[in-house]
Design a protein around this ligand. Structure first.
Ligand code: OMP
Length: 239
C-alpha cells in the first residue's frame, strides 16, 4: 500500500445531520480527506451530503451495507456509482449472485467505485455469531465470506483488524482489506467486539482503517487524529 498514512484513514462521519457533520469536519485537519457516510447521516440528510463532501474535495465511502435480492442491490449500487462515490459496500452474506449483480452494475462506465463486501460485523463475537445460526468461529466465517467475495468480483472486504493477518496470507496483497473496530491503546471498545490498535492494524497489513468515535467523540479531534497518524507511522517504520 503506497498511499500516504492520512489517506489510509477513513473517518466515519457518524453524525446526526449535515450541520453536525460539517462542524466535526472543521475540527479535523484537512488531510482528513477520506470520509465515510453511513446510515444515520444519509437517512437524515440524503445524497446532498455526498455532494457537499465532494465539493469540499473529500472522497466518500458510502457505507449503506446493501443486503437484498440481486436486482435491488444492483440498482442501489448503480445509484451510488452515479453519485460518484469512491467506495461502496454490500453484505457478503447476501450471496454470490447478489455480489455478482452488484459488480455488473458498476461495470462499463468510466471510473467506478471500489466495491467491497462486509464479512462478519466487527461488533459480533463468537457467541453472537452462533446465536444467528452460524456455527463457525468469526475468523473462519470471515475467511469463507472473503473468499466468496473475491470469487464474486468484489475488490475487497470489510473485516476486523484481528482477521487481517489471515486474510492477507490467504488472499494475497491485492485484495483490499478495510478495517473498522480500530481503537487506540487505552480507549474503550464501545460496541466493537473484535478490534485492534491503529499500529497493529497497519503492521498486519490493513489497507484502510475506518475510525469513528475515537475521532468524532474526542475532546480535541485534531490531536486524536495526529496521535493515530503517528502510531501508524511508527508501525510502518518498524515493519
Ligand atoms: O462497514 C463498515 O464500515 C463497518 C463494518 C463493521 O463490521 N463494523 C463497523 O464498525 N463498521 C462501521 O465502522 C464505523 C466504526 O465506528 P467506530 O466504532 O465509532 O470507530 C461505524 O460507522 C460502523 O458502521
Amino acid at each position: 500500500m503506497t498511499e500516504a498514512r492520512s489517506e489510509r484513514v477513513i473517518t466515519a462521519l457518524d453524525a446526526e445531520d449535515w450541520a453536525s457533520a460539517s462542524t466535526l469536519l472543521e475540527r479535523l485537519p484537512m488531510e482528513n480527506h477520506r470520509v465515510k457516510v453511513g446510515k444515520q447521516l444519509f437517512t437524515r440528510s440524503g445524497p446532498c451530503v455526498v455532494e457537499e463532501l465532494h465539493a469540499r474535495g473529500s472522497e466518500v465511502f458510502l457505507d449503506l451495507k446493501f443486503h437484498d435480492i440481486p436486482n435491488t442491490v444492483a440498482g442501489a449500487v448503480q445509484a451510488a456509482a452515479e453519485l460518484g462515490v469512491w467506495m461502496v459496500n454490500v453484505h457478503a452474506s447476501g450471496g454470490p449472485r447478489m455480489m455478482e449483480a452488484a459488480r455488473r452494475a458498476v461495470e462499463g462506465g468510466g471510473s467506478r467505485p471500489w466495491l467491497i463486501a462486509v464479512t462478519v460485523l466487527t461488533s459480533m463475537d463468537a457467541r453472537e455469531l452462533h446465536s444467528v445460526g452460524v456455527a463457525a468461529e468469526p475468523e473462519e466465517q470471515v475467511l469463507r465470506l472473503a473468499r466468496l467475495a473475491r470469487e464474486s468480483g468484489m475488490d475487497g472486504v470489510v473485516a476486523s483488524p484481528a482477521e487481517v493477518p489471515l486474510l492477507r496470507r490467504e488472499l494475497g496483497p491485492d485484495f483490499l482489506l478495510v478495517t473498522p473496530g480500530v481503537r487506540p491503546a487505552g480507549s474503550g471498545t464501545d460496541d466493537q467486539r473484535r478490534s485492534a490498535t491503529p499500529g497493529q492494524a497497519v503492521a498486519d497489513g490493513s489497507d484502510y482503517l475506518v475510525i469513528g468515535r475515537p475521532l468524532t467523540r474526542a475532546e480535541d479531534p485534531r490531536s486524536a487524529w495526529e496521535a493515530i497518524i503517528r502510531e501508524m507511522s511508527m508501525a510502518d517504520d518498524s515493519a
